[in-house]
Design a binder for this molecule. Structure first.
Ligand code: NAD
Length: 480
């Protein structure tokens, strides 16, 4: 059985505890690899290695850093099939999703920031003939990234790439539930010529490795993606140390559909925004509001389209929905389905655990569920489920749906479907979320600010926002 290793100072090493955690293949419900059960001692070693590498890496010309990061991107693409297969096994997601979304995006993350650092400039402020100020943007030193299991390599590299591009040395902690592609990335980094200690990857539990990172005094910034509850815990631990924090947290995103939308396009995209990656994407629209005149038609068509989705073995090319990432998460989703029934919801389709015959018969699969007849303020419509479960609700007018959309503690992403662009812009202006998609979903330009408001997070990733986060600005004033 594969034993995953930590990546410290350019070497693949066992955790100091010599203890390992079981790593499951969710599609077959069996252990297939071992993950290091690391602790604060491994984090300390990683930080020492990063500190040693910092002077060299931060003083390397940006062009040279950029070339190394470009090589990492090329090698990710070169290994696309191997990485996609590993991601699909580790998460239970369809191989087609790993191949077309997760791994290509991991390569794009490196390529984007390798290029961005070549164009990154800082400001100068002239005080007429009295003085000139110029602002330096310098790397922070040792920084960290902690990432979740839903898009493992995609989100891990989304943090690491800008941090490295800006000249920092990095401690990365992938989710203990999906460590495999981060492990394989270590090999890629060595092949690309990334110097030892510049990137260090420590595997293990959040309450051990993640906490140790959060309280380590030498780690000056921490970029986290995960649940709101963990984000709050990290903030509690890190705030007294004045660590810079970027927190990308949960969501309960509204999908607002007006009767004048382009129907077929909306229907197909709503299917994706509801159930892609088994609904385990923070950006999925889990609350679907439909304008009354369209409601009955949408309900019929959407349920039929959901039932036609092909759930099955993630290895099969025609599978659209794979397994749920862990047994614990499966139980969480099922408990929310029970809650929805208790709250008076009508489950229009799906919502049960299902057996996929053959090699996957012990796997963790849930039929995608569409639920009607729930009020916008019930728990099912307020709490993040993070699975293949959506609710549909009718609305009468713009003001009403705006109130529904904003009536949760989250504020990550929203989708609006209408051909009335004045109305779309008006709503986008008033909706409480960091990201608004009009007549599309998950159309991503990596230059744009990415993140949420309210309990969905703090700070923004992407483009210059990420490079600013990972640099310290220093103003120098020169009297003329
Ligand atoms: P999680 O919060 O359980 O875990 C995320 C990471 O934090 C893991 O690496 C975990 O080991 C670590 N961790 C756990 N406890 C910790 C602690 N006490 N201290 C430090 N680190 C700790 O989240 P998850 O279940 O892996 O991911 C699902 C969640 O992530 C959902 O809420 C989803 O909405 C959110 N998410 C948000 C975004 C976004 O961009 N806003 C993107 C993807 C996922």
């Amino acid at each position: 059985m594969d034993a995953i290793k930590n990546y410290i100072n350019g070497e693949l090493v066992a955790p100091l505890s010599n203890q390992y955690l079981d790593n499951f293949n969710p599609a077959i419900g069996e252990v297939y690899a071992q993950t290091p059960d690391s602790d604060e001692r491994d984090v300390a070693l990683a930080v020492e290695a990063a500190e040693r590498a910092f002077f060299m890496w931060s003083n390397m010309p940006a062009e040279q850093r950029s070339r190394i990061l470009m090589r990492i991107a090329d090698l990710i693409e070169h290994n696309l099939e191997r990485l996609a297969e590993a991601e699909s096994i580790d998460t239970g997601k369809p191989i087609t999703v790993a191949r077309t979304v997760d791994i290509p995006r991991a390569a794009s993350n490196f390529r984007f920031f390798a290029s961005a650092i070549m164009h990154h400039a800082s400001e100068a402020h002239a005080m007429e003939s009295a003085a000139i100020n110029y602002t330096l943007r310098q790397p922070l030193g040792v920084v960290a990234g902690i990432s979740p299991w839903n898009l493992p390599l995609y989100l891990f590299t989304w943090k690491i790439a800008p941090a490295l591009a800006a000249g920092n040395c990095v401690i990365g902690k992938p989710s203990e539930i999906t460590p495999m592609t981060a492990y394989l990335l270590a090999e890629v980094c060595n092949q690309a010529g990334l110097p030892p200690g510049v990137l260090n990857i420590v595997h293990g539990y959040g309450h051990k490795v993640g906490s140790a990172i959060s309280v380590h005094p030498k780690i000056s910034a921490l970029s986290f993606t995960g649940s709101t509850r963990t984000g709050a815990e990290i903030a509690r631990l890190a705030a007294p140390l004045f660590k810079r924090l970027s927190l990308e947290l949960g969501g309960k995103n509204p999908n607002i559909i007006f009767a004048d939308c382009k129907y077929e396009e909306m229907l197909q995209t709503t299917l994706r925004s509801s159930f892609s990656n088994q609904g385990q994407i923070c950006l999925c629209g889990s609350r679907i509001f439909v304008e009354r005149p369209l409601y009955e038609k949408f309900k019929t068509d959407f349920v039929a389209a959901t039932q036609a989705l092909h759930l099955g073995d993630p290895r099969n090319e025609d599978t659209q929905l794979g397994a749920i990432v862990s047994e614990a998460h499966l139980q969480k989703i099922l408990s929310y389905l029970a809650l929805a029934r208790e709250e008076g919801g009508e489950i229009l389709c799906g919502g049960k655990r299902t057996i996929v015959p053959g090699r996957c018969q012990k796997g963790w699969f849930v039929e995608p569920a569409v639920i009607a007849n729930l009020s916008p303020d019930c728990r099912t419509n307020q709490e993040e489920i993070f699975g293949p479960v959506v609710t549909i609700m009718p609305f009468e007018n713009e003001e009403e749906v705006l109130n529904y959309a904003n009536a949760t503690s989250y504020g990550l992403a929203a989708t609006i479907w209408t051909e009335n662009l004045t109305r779309a812009h008006r709503l986008a202006n008033r909706i409480q979320s960091g990201i608004v998609w009009i007549n599309c979903w998950m159309l991503r330009d990596l230059r744009t600010p990415f993140g949420g408001m309210k309990n969905s997070g703090m700070g923004r990733e992407g483009g210059w926002e990420a490079l600013r986060f990972f640099t310290e600005s220093k103003n120098v004033c020169v009297k003329l």
